[in-house]
Design a protein around this ligand. Structure first.
Ligand code: GLN
Length: 283
């Protein structure tokens, strides 16, 4: 990168470099990275193609380009991502919220009555809990996580969306959930098996927190722990909604049946894969 480069030339060079390094969306990532350093949106970028870049700008862009080329996730480099059309701060302390998880949120919103209390187990960035609170103004939400670094991010996200008064974040272990029952319990827990973990793309395997992904040999450990505690955390008539991996529908359904839940169902994502399993505690 030399100082005589224009924005368009830099964009093209970065795109080619990313492509060479096997980055999935090289042009898009190049645009988003450069736009963020220059504090432009993507339209602003297109309108400034001929603009020459000064040395200081290049010096700030260069290390980010290098890190992305090494497969560090774009969201960590930008420090944020979008979920449910809301901006969330993210850091390597939290899993990057996925678009697929919006299905879990849709189900939660659909099951929610006028008012109540929701518990989000393994809240991470708080994306599910905070988006739910954003939509349901008469609900109180609680997010639980074992990672205090994650809880700090979640708390910051609640403040950012002016929802801190209805969002509580607490440290806790899935193996020993709080002695308190909720109207609605949701979780996108770790569900990757040991063998599957090895096959994940480097962005995930090398940069996202393993603690947020791994769940034992079959990827079912967290569901087992959750199923064992449904009576404690769910009020009678309350729903438990779980995101699952695409091969886990039957195993998780079984666990919920054995836990005594009723009205058990599975919802697919937009790619047609089973994505959410839900069940209800009988009245
Ligand atoms: N609840 C958060 C999310 O869905 C974090 C999930 C996790 O860390 N397993 O993004």
């Amino acid at each position: 990168m030399s100082e005589s480069w224009t924005l368009l030339k830099l964009l093209r060079w970065t795109t080619g470099f990313f492509r060479e390094k096997g980055i999935d969306n090289p042009r898009l990532d190049a645009e988003l990275l450069i736009a963020s350093v220059l504090e432009l949106d993507r339209v602003g970028l297109y309108l400034n193609y001929d603009r020459p870049l000064v040395a200081d700008e290049l010096a700030r862009i260069r290390p980010l380009v290098k890190r992305r080329a090494q497969h560090e996730p774009l969201q960590y480099l930008l420090g944020k991502t979008e979920f449910w059309s809301l901006d969330f701060k993210v850091s390597p302390a939290v899993l990057i919220p996925r678009a697929d998880t919006e299905i879990l949120l849709e189900e939660a919103l659909e099951k929610a009555t006028e008012s109540g209390e929701l518990l989000d187990i393994g809240t991470g960035s708080g994306a599910i809990a905070i988006s739910f609170a954003h939509e349901k103004e008469h609900w109180q939400v609680a997010g639980l996580d074992i990672s205090t670094a994650a809880l700090e991010i979640a708390q910051g996200n609640a403040l950012r969306h002016a929802l801190a008064s209805r969002c509580t974040f607490m440290a806790g272990d899935l193996a020993c959930l709080p002695e308190r029952a909720y109207d609605l319990v949701v979780s996108n827990p770790p569900y990757i098996s040991t063998s599957e973990y090895e096959t994940l793309m480097p962005e995930v395997r090398e940069y996202e927190p393993a603690q947020a992904l791994l769940a034992g040999e079959e990827g079912l450990d967290c569901y087992r722990l959750l199923a064992a505690q449904v009576e404690k955390v769910l009020k009678p008539g309350g729903w438990l909604l779980l995101e699952i991996g695409f091969r886990q529908q039957h195993a998780v359904t079984d666990l919920l049946v054995k836990a005594g839940l009723t009205e058990i169902y599975c919802r697919q994502d937009y790619a047609g894969n089973p994505r959410v399993v839900g069940g209800r505690r009988a009245f």
